[in-house]
Design a binder for this molecule. Sequence first.
Ligand code: GRF
Length: 219
Amino acid sequence: MTAEARPRLVILISGRGSNMLAFIDVCRSGELNAEIALVLSNNPDAAGLALAAEAGIETAAVNHRDYHSREAFDAALTQRVQAAEPDLVILAGFMRILTPVFISPFAGRLLNIHPSLLPKYPGLHTHQRALDAGDTEAGATVHFVTPELDGGPPILQVRVPIEPGDDADTLAARVIRQEHWIYPEAARWFIEGRVKLTQAGAELDGQILDQSGQVLAPR
Ligand code: GRF
C-alpha cells in the first residue's frame, strides 16, 4: 500500500489529548498504518488541539455552544468529519454525548475508549467509583460506539490492579498508560479488517466477543 493510500483517521477530543498524542506517535513511527486526516474538538481551547497543530496535523473546532440542540451540533460535526473522508473515527476524551445524527453515518467505524472495565461504570468519575466500590481491579475498554452511552460492544480491555493507598489520580495514571497502547492496538485490528461491528456484537477474527471484549494483559 502506498503512503497516499493509508487509512484515514479522524480524532475527536475535548481536552488534553494524550490518547491523540499516542496515535500521532504510532502513525509517525509506522506501527499503525494510518494517517491522521483531522483532529477536531468541540472546545476551541482544548490543549490537545494546539498540540495536534504543532505536530502539523489539520485541526478544526466545532463549538457546541454555537448550536441550539445536540442534533444541530451533531449535524455540523457530521459534515466536518465527513469532509475529511475518514475510514475510522476515534473518540479520544470527547466529552459530548452524541446522538444518532452523528453516530448513524459512522456506525461500525466509530470507536471510543472508556476508563473502566465496561460494562461497569459507564459515564463519569469511573476511578472514584471503582475505589468506592472496593474493587480490586480497574482498567480501560475500547468499544464500538452506539447510541447507548459507553454501551457499545467492547473490542479490547486491559485490567490493572487497584493498589492499597490508591486514589482516583494514582489509579487514573496507571490506567491511562495502558490506554495509550490498547487504543492504537484496537485501531490496528480495525484497519487490518480483523474486527468489525455485527448485529451480534463486536467480532474479532470471526469470533463474537463477550461483554468485556478481548482481554489483554497490561504492558
Ligand atoms: C481518557 O481517560 C479516556 O479514557 C476518556 O477520557 C480521557 C481522555 O484523556 N474517555 P486524554 O484527553 O486522551 O488525555
